[in-house]
Design a protein around this ligand. Structure first.
Ligand code: P6P
Length: 339
């Protein structure tokens, strides 16, 4: 490949051509998503100097109300995705209800669920943040998607991915044929294939959890974290603690270097009996990616991909990463299970 590298568009089209029945609609959907991510990346990377610093109530030079960057990202994604004819319905972390495709646009066979800018509280302190997306096929009758089309198990995803806005902007996604990473070359405005066929190690070297919640964890989690801190060179312990507090950033580092991320149910806050993270557009897409990369994701007992969603914004405990680490965690929880 010449020095321009393999662009995401060329790589995705190459993958599509392996499937004779492919109509190109998923490719078109991904291209629209890639366009939106470039626009969001531009705004995120100037947030520190522009009016979109993450505060509301300010007016830009046009006298328009300046939106928080996560609202901005949400709007950019909707405007990029609503007219392509690939989707029948959308849902966003930023909006309580499902988002119909406007009547004037054609409807497609796919469903898009997304968190437009996860970790946006980190924007003002210049910490990496990310967009997470999950794509399903429409299951219901009729051309307009419905809530039931959004409430599908992670196992049935067609594609899933994230864009991380960090020291560079990277797109990482899977269509079920492995995981590939593309780095944005801002000089040409193209994502270039930089991490082909990502595989996460079978066992990690670090753990990611908010230790500030330690007094509110279940006993199994407490014992597992204590286990990780014990010195045992044969098993590579103690593990290092790495916790950024930005899901995409923590997940991406652990995916590449090997680790386990935990946001268990914590009982400090009655609002977080199921943990803090959302099933449909956070846990499920990342679980699809990690499984395609050789890892696994659980809520402590069940594989995240096998959970049947009941509500659009339902929360789930998320333990995700290297397979040996997650399975070891499940042993601790099972041994401490009251049942
Ligand atoms: P805590 C960011 O607000 C977020 O939604 C995720 O990106 C991150 O993993 C988690 O919350 C951090 O939560 O309670 O540790 O601050």
């Amino acid at each position: 490949m010449g020095n321009t590298g393999m662009t995401a568009q060329r790589h995705i089209i190459g993958q599509e051509r392996k499937y004779s029945q492919a109509t190109g609609s998923l490719t078109g959907l991904l291209m629209d998503l890639i366009y939106a991510s470039k626009v969001i990346s531009r705004e995120v990377n100037k947030a520190g100097i522009a009016d979109v610093l993450g505060i509301t109530g300010t007016k830009n030079i046009h006298g328009e109300e300046v939106k928080k960057l996560d609202e901005y990202a949400n709007d950019r994604l909707f405007q990029a995705m609503d007219h392509g004819g690939h989707l029948c319905i959308m849902a966003s972390e930023e909006q309580d209800e499902i988002i119909p495709i406007p009547d004037e646009f054609p409807k497609g066979k796919y469903v898009l669920l997304f968190d437009p800018l996860d970790g946006s509280s980190n924007i003002d302190v210049n910490v990496s943040i990310g967009t997470i997306f999950s794509i399903h096929r429409k299951k219901s009758d009729g051309e307009n998607g419905k809530l039931e089309d959004c409430l599908q198990k992670g196992r049935d995803q067609v594609a899933a991915g994230y864009i991380i806005y960090g020291s560079s902007t990277m797109l990482v996604f899977t269509t079920g044929q492995g995981v590939n990473g593309y780095t944005l070359d801002p000089s040409v405005g193209e994502f270039i294939l930089s991490h082909e066929d990502i595989k996460t190690p079978s066992k990690g070297i670090m753990y990611s959890i908010n230790e500030g919640n330690a007094n509110f964890w279940d006993e199994g989690t407490k014992k597992y974290i204590r286990y990780l801190k014990e010195k045992d060179t044969a098993s590579g312990r103690p593990y290092s603690l790495r916790y950024i507090g930005s899901l995409v950033a923590d997940f991406h580092r652990n995916l590449l270097q090997g680790g386990i991320f935990l946001y268990p149910a914590d009982f400090k806050d009655p609002m977080k009996p199921k943990g803090k993270l959302r099933l449909l557009y956070e846990a499920s897409p990342l679980a699809f990616i990690v499984e395609q990369a050789g890892g696994i994701a659980t809520d402590g007992k069940n594989n995240i991909l096998d959970i049947q969603p009941a509500e659009l914004h339902q929360k789930v405990p998320l333990i995700i990463g290297c397979k040996k680490d997650v399975l070891k965690y499940q042993e601790f929880v099972a041994n401490d299970s009251p049942i």
